[in-house]
Design a protein around this ligand. Sequence first.
Ligand code: S3P
Length: 458
Amino acid sequence: MTTIVVHPQEKPLVGSVPVPSDKSIGHRALLFASLCEGTSNIKAFSYGEDNVSTANAMRAMGAVIEDVSPARKEGQPGELRVTGTGLYGLKAPAAPLDCGNSGTTMRLLTGILSAQTFASTLIGDASLSRRPMMRVVGPLRSRGAKIEGKPHPTKAGDILPPLQVGPLPDGTYLSALEYESPVASAQIKSALLLSGLFAHGTTYLKEPTLSRDHTERMMHALGVPLRAVGTVVELDPAGWNGVMPAFEIEIPGDASAAAFLVVAAQLVDGSRVTVRGVGTNPTRTGLFEIARLMGGGLEIVPQGEQAGEPIAEINAWRQPLRGMLVGGEVVPRAIDEIPIACALAARAIGTTTIRDAEELRVKESDRIATMATVLRAFGVTCEELPDGLVIEGRESPLAPATIDSRGDHRIAMTAAVLALCASGPTTITDCDCIATSFPRFVGTLRALGARVDVSPSS
Ligand code: S3P
């Protein structure tokens, strides 16, 4: 298990760096390319482990996915060539599909698999095996899907992986679905839209506030008959021939990865960091809005569009931070960035209250509980709420800490950023998980001037 030691940052973080390509868009590019007719090209594929899980699953069902980058080095992005099976060409996998740590892989695949006439099994690692699945299974069952899982030990009616999906009997189809989701979740929305590609009847979905909309954007670009207005989306396949043409995509940089570097710059005196080529889809920029409202130095310089998504260069620097109330519609647009928003709060003047974030309890770890433990270890006063945290900013250096990431990549990276502000070295254990979303995180921090030691896996 990899351990990293982050030293107090005694000089500014300075530099211009890229980030890995967007994990969410990467999953979708692989799924759609695999369901397209012909050969697609995916450029700037990040090789984050979560995306690799999706690639392996689609390979196991007949998509041909090859790396065609001239000479890719370990940890570098690559270019993939994907020859799809067409919408109706997937074949039964020979073994259970291993989704690793990736909730997006499991939930989106469940949507696709629920419409197949073959049976499949979805498995995941220890963390994923604790994550609730009824949120996608319930609505999929209501449109005719056959899906079984392990009963949830504490939440009656919920189920956990492994999931046994299908088969749909030959000659039967998923039916129409009208579903109002109680949570703003792109995983739920995307799983249901993907199942809707195969359904006989309309898929009509509404969510409380808008979650990331990469699936809708990609479906629209591929000619899928879909209409999205505000928080409502409708897919009506009547009259559609089911053909999605092969495509070429260069995946934008991941705003969720950029967030760690932006906040690092906003916490270390004198820093000036530029993150290049970041996807700035408004359903993903909640953290940048929060950081700006807290007073953090931030400039977003638009650089046009890539793959139907806006991209920008982001400049970040340290300015005094003040505590604030974070809640409402910005939360789903910053859902993966709430841990790193806690780091801003820990260094702000006054109190920050985070509400409406109960979804954090069912991420890779219970991120409310885990963040409370991390903040306290650094000497920050905080209180856990059912749906968030109250954090008292601390102006004096943080206490050097020993942190267990609990196998959660975003907790490990948040702890590394907080450690820059500590009065001595901080040890973070169980850091292999960082590779699920940001394989070059340590190298990137070092390129900006941070001192980070890595002790190899044992
Ligand atoms: C994701 C959606 C989010 C996010 C996850 C990626 C996606 O989950 O937390 O990291 O790619 O659709 P929810 O949609 O369940 O909030």
